[in-house]
Design a protein around this ligand. Structure first.
Ligand code: AMP
Ligand code: MG
Length: 494
C-alpha cells in the first residue's frame, strides 16, 4: 500500500511466472524527477483503477519506476525474433519489464508493462531508455487504432523521466506504461523452441488457456493454436490494410499471439494510396511495405509453426504436412476479412460476383491518381447523397472516377429503394474515418512535446479519439501533409 492509500494496481497471480526460463526478474531503475505527460483515464476505468492514484504521487512513483508496487513481480521477458528476415536468437525485453497482471472490470486478464525503465539482462548494447517522442507516439497511435476498432496494446500513461537519452541528438527520456492482453509473441515461441521442448509445451498450453481456449477442445490442440493465431492475425492485418496502416517493423518479435497490434515504432498511416508505401528509414528493400503486410504476416506465422513442429505430430513429415495445410489458408482468410471490410467501406450489404472488380478498379484509380486513402474513402458517402464534389475533386481524371462511381451507385441502388442510399452513406461514415493521426501532425505534436509543449499532442489525441464524427473547425486534420513535408520517414532506434 502506498503512503496516501491509493494503490494504482491490484495484481493477480501470474501463470506466466510458471514458465521459468522465459524471463529474468529485474526491477526498474527509477527516475529522478518524474512528471506525468499523458494518462489514459478511459483505459484506467476499464482496468478498475482509482483515477486519484493514476494522477497522484502514488501513481507517479509506480509509473516512473521509482516504486515497485505491492504484489508486482517485475520481469524482463525472453524472446527471439526474425528481424528483417534474419534470426536473432536472444532479444528479450532490453528496456522493458512486465510488472504483473490485473483483471479488468470485464474480467479480462491484462498485462501491465513498462517500456524505457532501464537496462535489463537482455539490453545487449542498448541504453535501456526510451525518448518522450516515441513513447507518446505509442500512446497516440495505439489509441487511434483502438478507436478505429483495431485490436491493439494501449498506453496507460507516459511519464517524463528527466533523464537524457542519446540518439541522433540528446532527447528527454520517458517511460511508457502499456497494457496488453499479453506480451506473448511469435518470438517467445521461437525462443522456447530453441531451448527446451517441455518449456515450449508449457508456453503453448499457457497461450491456449489465455488467448485461444477453443483450441483446447480440438483433436490436435497445438495445431489448433497455430490455426487460431493465424485466424487472429489474418483479421488484424486486414483491418490495418483497410485504414491504410503500415506497421513498419513486422519482425516476429513484434507479432503477438493474441492478435493485438504491438510496438508502434516506424509506423504510419499511408496518405496517397500506393501498395509500395514504406515509412521505416531502415526498410530499404520494402520488406514491410503496405502491400507486403499480408504475405509477411504469413511468413511470420510460418516461423511460429516451425517453432511448434515438435508439438504438432510424432514425425516431422506429418508435422510439416499439418502445419502447411493450416498456413496455406492464410491468403483466403485474409481476403475474406478484407473483402468484407471493403464492402462496409463502400456501403454494400450483400455479396455480388463483380464486387472484387469494383474494388480493384477503385484502388487502381486511387493509386494512379495519388488519391489520399483516408480522404478518398471518406468522401465517397457524399456521392450517394447527391454531393459528389468532394470526391470528384480528389481525382485528377474526373471522367474515369465518374465512370466508376456510376457503376458503384447502380450497385448500391440495386440493394434496395432510394432510402437505402442514404442509409448506406451513413453506415459508410461510421467505418471510413475522417480524422486520423496524420504523419505531419504526429511529427509536429511529438516535436512540440519533446520541447516541453504538450498542447498539440493533447489536441491531436482529442481529435483522433473521435475519428468518425465530423466537427467544424477541424479541417486541417483532414488534409494530407503539405508538399514541403517531403517523404515521411520514421526511425526504428527509438
Ligand atoms: P523494438 O525495435 O522496440 O521492437 O526492439 C527490438 C529489440 O531491441 C528488443 O529486444 C528491445 O528490447 C531491444 N531494444 C530496443 N531499444 C533498446 C534500448 N534502448 N535499450 C535496450 N534494448 C533495446
Ligand atoms: Mg519490439
Amino acid at each position: 500500500m502506498s503512503p496516501s492509500g491509493h494503490p494504482l494496481f491490484t495484481f493477480t497471480e501470474s501463470d506466466f511466472l510458471e514458465l521459468r526460463g522465459l524471463y529474468e526478474q529485474f526491477a526498474p531503475v527509477g527516475s529522478p524527477e518524474p512528471r506525468l505527460l499523458s494518462a489514459n483515464d478511459e483505459l484506467a476505468a476499464e482496468l478498475g483503477l482509482d483515477p486519484r492514484a493514476l494522477h497522484g504521487a502514488d501513481g507517479l512513483a509506480v509509473l516512473s519506476g521509482n516504486q515497485v508496487p505491492a504484489g508486482a513481480t517485475p520481469v524482463a521477458q525472453a524472446y527471439a525474433g526474425h528481424q528483417f528476415g534474419g534470426l536473432s536468437p536472444r532479444l528479450g525485453d532490453g528496456r522493458a519489464l512486465l510488472l504483473g497482471e490485473v483483471i479488468d472490470v470485464h474480467g479480462r486478464r491484462r498485462d501491465i508493462h513498462m517500456k524505457g525503465s532501464g537496462r535489463t539482462p537482455f539490453a545487449r548494447g542498448g541504453d535501456g531508455r526510451a525518448a518522450v517522442g516515441p513513447m507518446l507516439r505509442e500512446h497516440l497511435i495505439g489509441e487511434a487504432m483502438h478507436t478505429l476498432g483495431i485490436p491493439t496494446t494501449r498506453a496507460l500513461a507516459v511519464v517524463a523521466t528527466c533523464k537524457h537519452v542519446v540518439r541522433d541528438s540528446v532527447l528527454p527520456g520517458a517511460i511508457l506504461t502499456r497494457v496488453a492482453s499479453s506480451h506473448l509473441r511469435v518470438g517467445t515461441f521461437q525462443y522456447a523452441a530453441m531451448h527446451d521442448r517441455e518449456l515450449l509445451r508449457a508456453l503453448a498450453d499457457h497461450a491456449i488457456e489465455r488467448h485461444h481456449p477453443n483450441a483446447a477442445e480440438a483433436p490436435n490442440r497445438y495445431l489448433a493454436l497455430v490455426e487460431s493465431v493465424l485466424a487472429a492475425q489474418a483479421s488484424l492485418v486486414a483491418r490495418w490494410m483497410l485504414v491504410g496502416f503500415v506497421h513498419g517493423v513486422m519482425n516476429t518479435d513484434n507479432m503477438t499471439i493474441s492478435g493485438e497490434t504491438i510496438d508502434y515504432g516506424p509506423c504510419a498511416f499511408m496518405e496517397a494510396f500506393d501498395p509500395a508505401t514504406v515509412f521505416s528509414s531502415i526498410d530499404h528493400g520494402g520488406r514491410y511495405a503496405y502491400g507486403n503486410q499480408p504475405p509477411i504476416a504469413q511468413w511470420n506465422l510460418t516461423r511460429l509453426a516451425e517453432a511448434m513442429l515438435p508439438l504438432l505430430a510424432d514425425d516431422t513429415d506429418g508435422a510439416v504436412a499439418a502445419a502447411t495445410a493450416v498456413l496455406e489458408t492464410f491468403p483466403d482468410r485474409f481476403h475474406e476479412h478484407w473483402t468484407a471490410g471493403m464492402r462496409d467501406k463502400l456501403g454494400l450489404v450483400d455479396v455480388r460476383p463483380d464486387d472484387e472488380a469494383l474494388f480493384a478498379e477503385l484502388l487502381g484509380l486511387m493509386q494512379s491518381q495519388r488519391v489520399d486513402h483516408t480522404a478518398g474513402f471518406r468522401s465517397l458517402s457524399g456521392v450517394l447523397i447527391g454531393a459528389p464534389e468532394r470526391a470528384r475533386s480528389l481525382f485528377a481524371d474526373r471522367d474515369t472516377f465518374d465512370d466508376w462511381a456510376r457503376r458503384w451507385i447502380d450497385r448500391v441502388s440495386a440493394q434496395g429503394p432510394d432510402a437505402h442510399a442514404a442509409a448506406a452513406a451513413t453506415a459508410m461514415d461510421r467505418v471510413n474515418p475522417i480524422y486520423l493521426a496524420r504523419n505531419h501532425l504526429v511529427e509536429a505534436a511529438l516535436s512540440a512535446a519533446t520541447d516541453g509543449d504538450m498542447a498539440p499532442f493533447d489536441e491531436l489525441l482529442g481529435v483522433v479519439l473521435r475519428p468518425f464524427d465530423e466537427r467544424p473547425g477541424l479541417e486541417a486534420y483532414t488534409l494530407p501533409a503539405p508538399a514541403d513535408f517531403g517523404t515521411y520517414r520514421t526511425f526504428c532506434g527509438t
